[in-house]
Design a protein. Sequence first.
Length: 136
Amino acid sequence: MNPAHGRCLCGDIEFTAKLHSRWVAHCHCTMCQRNSGAAFVTWVGLDANQCHIEDPKSRLTWYVSSTGAERGFCNHCGSTLFFRSVRWPGELHATLANFDGPVDRQPQAHVFWDTHVDWVQLGDDGLPRKTAAEIG
């Protein structure tokens, strides 16, 4: 498995993930929109036990965004970094944009498409567009 490295904007939090990833997807849920200030966030699904987070200044803060779910961010620079939930046990989701380079796969789907914004027009990228009801 190849390691992939990433970090927050200020560099105080770094992480390494041993790949193979489980999946990569663009999330259009309203919580990702509000958390990032963007139309969607692209997440990489990873095996939590294959991830190592270096946080020597104790900057990583976990915010409980809904029952059983947390979002990890740097409390110094504000970078959104991680998501974890009891809905997906054993997984850690990391933002693709915070990796230093490419991971082992391209995005495979748009998820929570039923709450996508209408002010961004995405062309037909050929990826499935799944609603909340279709996500397992």
